[in-house]
Design a protein around this ligand. Sequence first.
Ligand code: MLT
Length: 399
Amino acid sequence: MQDLLLEIEQFCLRNGMSETRFGELALNDKPFVSQLKHGRDLRGSTAARLRQFMAEYGAHQPADAATAREYPAGSLAFPHRDLLGISQLERHEILYLLDQAEPWVELNRQSTKHTDLLSGLTIINAFFENSTRTLLSFEIAGKRLGADVVNMHAATSSVKKGETLIDTAITLNAMRADAIVIRHASSGATQLIASKVDCPVLNAGDGQHEHPTQALLDALALRHALRARGQAADDFTGLTVTICGDILHSRVARSNVLCLQALGATVRLCAPPALMPVGIEQVGAQPFHDFDASLDGADVVMMLRLQTERMSGQFIPSAREYHHLYGLTQKRLKQAAPDALVMHPGPMNRGVEIDSDVADMLDRSIITRQVEMGVAIRMACLEVLTRRARGVAGWEGAA
Ligand code: MLT
């Protein structure tokens, strides 16, 4: 028993995996290892299964999973049924999705941008909150993969979490969708729907919680921009990213902190005191209220919109004062690294959080590249998450 615990500990260390994650992957039982440590009984057959898992996983897992171009075989490369948040992903799983998006970046740049890979599958985009780019991007992604894509627009304010949402989930499930993409104003709504349906669920933004495909597309856009400058970009170690804006209400900030940190970047968060979540240091990001200080030497500056639709009450004195203190201008950008890149998830409020002459800088702004990468990332996520439904070899038993 002690031997096995030691083997598990070393396996987890070698593969950069937490013991909770090990329990989840090996036995679909998260607290398994901690319970073992506290004297949980272990059957011989379970010990054998654990050792077999470690042997199989190890055989395909390179020494440094973080920077590898090889991944565990089959569904172990991405052992999730749903994509609900970056918080559920290991570093190498993030890299796996980014790598899977690369062929789609290429395809999308050709004149014929179509495959039949998802032919016969139905994808429902259920958007309970307004969206332009995310909805379009998921729709284009599904269509370019050959799926039948149906968009369901729900009246934003009339649908609330609770019975109605559960009923909607049951209805979508009864229609036998092969993947459901959800955007909802309530944090946790996508998780609730995922627990009620039989197919993969992709979170296209839930309240203030997470927006995983946005963080992934941001990472892909950054990777491409760094590569275009001849810089190594498989890992963001050494890179300092300043994210400035309405951090309190932003799911983009939350997912990006997790994603960028997982890939090695140092993240600074800047917001007026009223728009900074309490205890933000606990996520490992450095908090700032002074925008100029937060820009000092930053390699990347990501600006966020004021999420007025989520604000109850007055959070800033006026848009004009906000721009004065937190707007990204050419002059301010000079405080960042000399060639710092500028990002924004959109929609932009020009003249509020960002000036037009910064947003449109050809050599520094990668805002349109972010939009481009959004389609490729969503194609990758849809393709990977439907592998089980399509009976792709090695993914039959996927989560
Ligand atoms: C979001 O859905 O959170 C957007 O991509 C960013 C925004 O609305 O400001």
